[in-house]
Design a binder for this molecule. Sequence first.
Ligand SMILES: *Cc1c(COP(=O)(O)O)cnc(C)c1O
Length: 350
Amino acid sequence: MVGPTVLPDSVIHSMDRQVISHRGEAFSELSKKLNANLKKVVQTKNEVMTLTSSGTGSMEAAIQNCFSVGDHVVAAVCGVFSERMAQIAETYGLQVTRVISPDGEASDVEKVMEAVDENTKGVFVVQNESSTGVMNDIKKFGAALKDTKALLVVDAVSGLGGIDLQMDAWNVDVVFASAQKALMGAPGLAVIALSDKAWEAVERSTIPKFYFDLKRARKMWQIGQHPWTPGVYQIFALLEATNLILAEGLPEVFARHQRLSNMVIDGMSELGVPLFPKDRKYASITVNTFAFDRSVEFVKRLSDEHDIVIGGGQDHLHNTTFRVGTMGYITENDVNAYLAAAKKVLDEMR
Ligand SMILES: *Cc1c(COP(=O)(O)O)cnc(C)c1O
C-alpha cells in the first residue's frame, strides 16, 4: 500500500489499552521516549515534535511558522505533493517561484538554485514525490543552500523511516512527515523538526497562527506535553513503530526498502511494464510508479479479484500510471504475492 501502510501486530496491540490523561506523568514519559526515538530516525539533535494532524497539517505548520506574508520562496515541483506545498505557501501570501521538472524526473538542484537569490527565504523540496515515484537528492540541496539565507524545507512524508535523511549532517532546516507512511504508525499524527536557523525565522514570522503555533508547541513539548489534546493512541502506535525501526537498524531498514523496490521494478519489467521515472537512479524505494495505459482497470482488478491494494495514478496521470508501495511493514512474500497477481491480471487484460 502507498499510505496508509499496514501496521505490524505489535503496533496494533500498543493501542489496545485504556486512554491516559495527556496532562499526566505517564503521558510525559511516553512523549519523551517518542522524542528520543524520532531524533534518531530524523538523525538530528533538534526536537522532533508531534502534531495531531495528517502530513498536510505539518506542511501548513511549516509555512505558517517559518515565513511571513510577501516572503519570496522557491518551490521545486515534481508532482502533486511538491505542488501542494507551493499552493499552501500562496494561500498564506508568500511569493512562490516554481521550478517545475518534467513528469517522472527528479528536481534538478542546479536549475532550482538558478531561481534562488539573496532575497529567497526558503526552498521547498519533497524528499520522495509519491505521485511520480521519484526521490530528490536532499543532501545535494542542503550543500547548495548551506551558505545562503534560505531555509531548506523538506517534505519527508513518504520517505521518513524508509529512505535515509540526515537532518543535521545535510543542513536541512525543516523536516516534516506523517505517521501513516514508511513510519508504520496509525493515521492522524505528523512529526516536525526545525533547525536553529528555522527557529530564528519563527521569531520573525508575521503570519497568524493558533492551532499550529510551533513556539507554543515547543514550550509544552519541553515538559512532554502538547498545547491541545493530542492523538494519544497514535502516539502509542508511533512509539512502538519507531522501536521496531530502531531495533532493525536504520541502515538495514533503508537496505530492505531498496531490495524490495528492486524486486518490484525488476518483476514489472519482466512483465513488460516500464517504470514511470525516466531514470532508475532516482526511482523511489518506497513508492514505485509504473507507466501503464488502463491503469484504473488494473488497480481495480487487483483489489477485486486478488485483494491486493496498490495506488492509482494521481491527477493527470490517473489512467496512465499506477503505484506500488514498498514502504513500511512489507516483506518479500508480499512482493511475490503482488507480482503473481499482477501477472495474472496483465495476462487477462492483454
Ligand atoms: C501522503 C503525502 C502527503 C500528505 O500527507 P497526508 O498525511 O495525507 O496529509 C504529503 N507529501 C507527500 C510526499 C505524501 O506522500
